[in-house]
Design a binder for this molecule. Structure first.
Ligand code: HEC
Ligand code: HEC
Length: 333
């Protein structure tokens, strides 16, 4: 018993450290779906939790936790279970729904696609926006996701479709008039998505910063960078020395200069996906003169892809990388 309560305590601490930032305090939901809803806990078995925690949902924000020990994962699950009175269900991992995939596809397009996407790609964004209350619209998970496909058993999906998740937009389809057989048909269709890995590669370069050496003087490079930025239709926002605020005024190193700039339509697009990107905006390039060399430097946007694990953001990070590479090259000539 003493052992159990210790495991419970550390489960709470582990949950707070690894999960609460997205799933909210006490599983109330946030960027991640709520985990404390009785209707969810009644329909998800420990195996589903274990696999979801281990595999994550590649490209869908939910990270894979391969650094946690088995005991730590068990402690987190026990902690989450503590939010509900329900005895945990146990589903068969081998039972398969028998159904007609073509009919399932028709039903899927009619009943599911509006929320889960035509191809099961899930609702868009991460669910966080500035204006949205934290407990409101929950983004529909991606069903074609390799992590989901591996974690969810047919029985669990069936349970979810039959009873829905009370307190979320996901309703019961028995109540909406589908038969048990219709539901099994839909399950066969969902399985036909396969669980292909969405395009989510960290990218060509793992370097945290992009660095290019300029062939002209420090002053000429700064001026060339300004002109390139304006020429690429960005707005210059401000400029400052790298050490401004860190050293006494007037003593800044004049050979370290940062230019901040922005493209507002781009900025609005990425912030709509995930406002945390704001930490890395506006765009900035630093010019430094160091040991006789003039260098242009900026963070590698592909690092953001790794940080946010969001396939939609990846696209923009790649665009940003191309832009940055173009700017640095142009300004260094
Ligand atoms: C009105 C929008 C909406 C519709 C329509 C809808 N869903 Fe959902 N679905 C959701 C949301 C939101 C969740 C996440 C609920 C939560 O927070 O637990 C969800 C969860 C699920 C889950 C659990 C997945 C997971 O990762 O937890 C499955 C499976 C699922 N839906 C399948 C379907 C299928 C199949 C249909 C059509 C028969 C359907 N849904 C229709 C919004 C919807
Ligand atoms: C960076 C944010 C983030 C963190 C950290 C995170 N999750 Fe998630 N999690 C998500 C999102 C977002 C989803 C929904 C997946 C989708 O949209 O396809 C999710 C889905 C899940 C699901 C499936 C829920 C369902 O309705 O079927 C479980 C279970 C889960 N997370 C548990 C955890 C646990 C336990 C931890 C800590 C060890 C954790 N998550 C950490 C963002 C996160």
């Amino acid at each position: 018993m003493i052992f159990q309560s210790q495991a419970g305590a550390s489960g709470a601490a582990l949950y707070d450290a690894h999960c609460a930032v997205c799933h909210g305090e006490n599983g109330k939901g946030g960027v991640g779906v709520p985990l404390s809803l009785p209707s969810f806990l009644a329909g998800a078995d420990d195996d589903y939790f274990r696999k979801t925690i281990r595999l994550g949902r590649p490209g869908r924000v939910m990270p894979a936790f391969d650094q946690l020990s088995e005991d730590e994962v068990s402690a987190i699950i026990a902690h989450i279970r503590g939010w509900s009175e329900h005895e945990p269900v146990v589903f068969s991992s081998t039972w398969q729904a028998k159904g007609d995939v073509t009919h399932g596809g028709l039903l899927y397009q009619q009943y599911c696609a509006a929320c889960h996407g035509k191809h099961g790609e899930g609702g868009s964004g991460t669910g966080v926006t500035f204006s949205r209350p934290r407990d409101l619209p929950i983004i529909a998970p991606a069903l074609n996701n390799s992590g989901f496909q591996a974690a969810a058993s047919d029985q669990m999906i069936r349970q979810t479709l039959m009873h829905g998740r009370e307190g979320t937009p996901m309703g019961s389809f028995l109540e909406q008039g589908l038969s048990q057989q219709d539901i099994d048909d839909v399950i066969r269709y969902i399985r036909s998505f396969g669980g292909e890995q969405p395009e989510h590669k960290p990218g060509r370069s793992d370097d945290a910063v992009l660095v290019v050496e300029s062939s002209s003087s420090f002053e000429d490079t700064v001026e060339a960078l300004r002109q390139t930025i304006v020429g690429e239709n960005f707005r210059l926002i401000r400029e400052q020395s790298l050490d401004k605020g860190l050293v006494a005024e007037g003593h800044e190193n004049s050979k370290q200069h940062i230019i901040y700039f922005c493209n507002f339509s781009f900025l609005n697009k990425v912030l709509a996906i995930d406002p945390r990107v704001g930490m890395f905006l506006p765009c900035r390039v630093t010019v430094v003169e160091h040991e006789g060399k003039v260098l242009l430097m900026t963070i590698n946007p592909l690092r953001l892809s790794q940080l946010f694990n969001n396939a939609e953001l990846d696209k923009y990070c790649k665009e940003m990388l191309q832009l940055y590479e173009g700017l640095l090259e142009e300004a260094s000539l």
